[in-house]
Design a protein around this ligand. Structure first.
Ligand code: PMP
Length: 285
């Protein structure tokens, strides 16, 4: 496998950044995960735009234009065998003597990796549904920034996996459901509305979330961004999760209690199909 590190394509085993990189020392950086189908990037404009916004929020210089990023990404995907794969992009504030304030001068570090990714297990989960585990949302106050500081997400996800669940649902002290450890969470409410937490500082506004919202509305489905709590989620007709790696997966149970009939409902199945259609439209997959 080949990685991209600050301008060079190098074997993954030799790819390295300094131990004084601020990404390593302070988690002072952001990332993106984009999918490619048959070597063609899906929704890359959205990922590039989010990366740009996140960098601006942290006053980290853009290492290169969105177009250049896409060219490097495509080249890296090809060097790693193309096909269906995930492209990981990380930008940190760069290397500097360890000290909390921003260094007077620093050049951002840009790292990219690509690896083949099989959506077949996801398709199976779309049919059968996945289990969720609720966990306290112990993250910081700027969840809209896709920061590499993922410790709270890692702990929540690990708790879920140890409980045999696919994903952790993050819940605030007052019972509000924000999102998953690495997914956005949706419900179909008692009025048949498709509901997800509003964009803002409490969640990472997913690229699939945006796309799904657009596809649902174009399909005549009603989507509303509003907060909901655990009680409403547990009683919902359908619950589903979205992300670049999961796409759209229906939930079968939460904390061991079935959701609806216990298998993915018609809305999540319809939305899942719409996402696959959009992937086909964009990439020919
Ligand atoms: N929320 C969080 C916390 C995430 O880490 C992710 C995946 N990176 C998402 C939502 C989904 O985002 P996307 O649709 O862009 O993959």
């Amino acid at each position: 496998r080949i990685a991209y590190v600050d301008g060079a394509y190098v074997p993954l085993s030799e790819a390295a950044v300094s131990i004084e990189d601020r990404g390593f020392q302070f988690a002072d950086g952001v990332y993106e995960v984009a999918a490619a189908f048959d070597g063609k990037l899906f929704d890359f404009e959205g990922h590039a735009a989010r990366l740009r916004r996140n960098l601006a929020e942290l006053s980290i210089d853009e290492p290169m234009s969105a177009k250049a990023l896409e060219l490097v990404g495509r080249k890296l995907l090809a060097k790693n065998g193309g096909g269906t794969a995930l492209l990981y992009i990380q930008v940190t504030r760069g290397q500097a003597r360890r000290d909390h304030p921003f260094p007077a001068v620093s050049t951002p570090t840009l790292v990219m990796t690509a690896r083949g990714y099989d959506y077949a297990p996801r398709v199976k989960q779309q049919l059968n549904g996945v289990k969720l585990l609720t966990q306290p949302d112990e993250r910081w106050g700027r969840c809209d920034i896709k920061s590499v500081a993922l410790l709270a997400n890692v702990l929540a996800k690990q708790a879920a996996r140890q409980a045999g669940a696919f994903e952790a649902v993050l819940v605030e002290d007052d019972g509000t459901v924000t999102e998953g450890a690495s997914t956005n969470i949706w419900i179909v409410d008692r009025n048949g509305m498709i509901v997800t937490h509003p964009a803002g500082r409490k969640i990472l506004s997913g690229i699939v979330r945006d796309t799904l919202m657009r596809l649902a509305k174009a399909d005549g489905l009603k989507v509303v961004e509003r907060a909901f709590d655990v009680a409403e989620m547990n009683a919902a007709a359908e619950v589903f999760v979205t992300s670049t790696t999961a796409l759209c997966i229906g939930v079968s149970s939460i904390d061991g209690t079935p959701v609806g009939s216990g298998t993915p409902g018609p809305v999540s199945r319809r939305l899942g199909a719409l996402v696959w259609d959009e992937i086909a439209r964009q990439t020919g997959y």
